[in-house]
Design a protein around this ligand. Sequence first.
Ligand code: DGJ
Length: 693
Amino acid sequence: MSIAVSQKGDVFLLSTQSTSYAFGIDDQGLVRHLYWGQKMDCVEDFEIPVLGEVSSNDPVPEITPEEFPVYGGLRYKEHCLKVAFADGTREIVYGYEGYEVAATDTAEELVIRLKDTHYDFLMELHYKLYPAYDLMERSVVVKNHTGEPIQVEKIHSGQFHIPYEGLNFSNVHGHWGAEQQRFVQKVSYGKIVIENRRGISSHNHNPYFILDRDATETSGEVYFGALRMSGNFSGVIEQTPYGETLAQLGLNSHDFALELKPGEAFEAPSILCGYSATGFETMSHNLHRFAREHLLREGLRPVLYNSWEATEFAVSSQEQIKLARKAKELGAELFVLDDGWFGQRHGIDNGLGDWYVNESKFPHGLEELVGEVKALDMLFGLWVEPEMVNPKSQLYQDHPDWIYHFETRTSDTSRGQYVLNMAKEEVQTFVYDMLDHLLTRYDIDYIKWDANRPISQTCPQRDIWVKHIRAVYDIVTRLKQKHPHVLFEACASGGGRIDYGILGIFDDFWTSDNTDAYDRLTIQDSYSYIYPIKAMRAWVTDCPNFLSRRVIPLTFRYHSAMMGTLGIGCNILKFTSEEVELSQKMIAQYKEIRPIVQEGDFYRLDNPSANSYFLYQYLKGDQGLIFAFLPQSQMGHWGTTIRLRGLQADARYTLHTPDGDVTKSGHYLMHHGLPLRLTGDYASTILSFTKEA
Ligand code: DGJ
């Protein structure tokens, strides 16, 4: 049992394989945080110190490290919950009501029940443990048992307390075409806030926190949490004046309010969290394994060809058929027809919403292309952007009231389109029926679900920020129940929609519209801290790259894309015979190594050289891979040393290099390492290794 309760029933010690988390109920009934760190088995050792007022300006509730601080009383710190009762009272005073423990095959859950002392308003704090992954999931459920509505103005699933000052905080920054740029900053006094107000996730920050004590990949303490929700989030990190750092993550309270009618309950988005005493690698491995084994659909992801960069909106049945045949010749397994196939879609500002096949582009219907793709023994995928509508569309003419708008204001278009109000039931029905119809009528295996603009001019209801995305989750979940073989890809103008809320509801994720193979190395590196490789779609595209104008050799482009789930987005009809041959070779190699890439453990290897090598390792059972990149040779450089990780020290491993096989002990490979020298610009290689029997 991973949940230990003290004999007095006032302390709870939650343990996973190597971590523990403790809290207790203090003499005032506050749920008081006690510990988060390495595993301990000593619930009776915990004491809950009685806190006294330090001064009138440092009152007890303010200095108490609470698991779930509510708004009210002498609390001025970040709170997790603020509500307004029907009589105008905006303070919660809770009392502890008891706890329950439940267990499933993979998780154990503790529920702490709290109740307002005056109103019939209940709060449940859920702590779900995944012992094998050293992860815990925190969520909160609020229930209105009063006879009147309650307004929820802020709700976060919990506060974390880290007993240190001077931590490092890391997340990503970025924008379209430059997602996932990792940054690290020192936590000092004042608050660090990361947030999104766009509704459609974002390319800017990502809903997670990582706090470390000068950790490296393999050493040092790391505390982390990832929000299981797409859309508007906020994360607050604060070093308090009381010798600790607190962290919060949840629904953004910006422009948010939710009415809880009598009898209604609301579950706030949960937070997947954990602690590592051994650096970032353990954090990544635990999250990746959990995502692979619990959230993501089983099976290897196919090598896809997507025609977007080749044809953009100018699609035609015959051209797509030619591309599909060529993609098959190269070795692709899935052909995805991107934007432009429907309605009067000839550019960005028309057609969205009219999801019928454009007859002039597909005179024999979509059946002709689908039939051809199937005859080639490939899977067929189709692009849609279901949450959007262009003003120039039949859908908008018929239902102008379906978009987000205020009656007295003009809604802004962005990329020539409006956002549909997904909180409306009739819109949900339309989107579900439209996709169900497409999936029923055509033999479709893959849906690329795009979302190319943020929400604006919402509507009078301030709960759409959560209702919108939950409607998307619900529609995809129902479609997958009815069409279980169909894979869903989440895309939002590139990588604007990756988080632990959508992971698993969707199966595949577009990482960035930036397909420059060099830029992708840093994007992919940052992405891998939190998200699994199986959820990182990477394409090889044409050069000069449409964004960077950089020209990079095809081999380097393949190697960079082979680090994730491989796709090809080139205009392959223009390929020379050498490019065809190289592509065939690379795709065949990818298919061989794919189980290790997509389902192995991923290591960001150290580069001891001053030259800017990018070194990565994948390890699955007895088999491993090394990816090495040298974008630019520097003056007088010598090679680098590859020190592998995660090997069995006393086992022997054979490394297959272009100069022949090398067999060494795990010990040697991890500590001494092997020399590697790449020369020239955009040099790259993939080496494989195997553990000897
Ligand atoms: C943005 C996506 O990121 C691209 O891959 C492509 O699907 C376009 N939208 C199509 O409009």
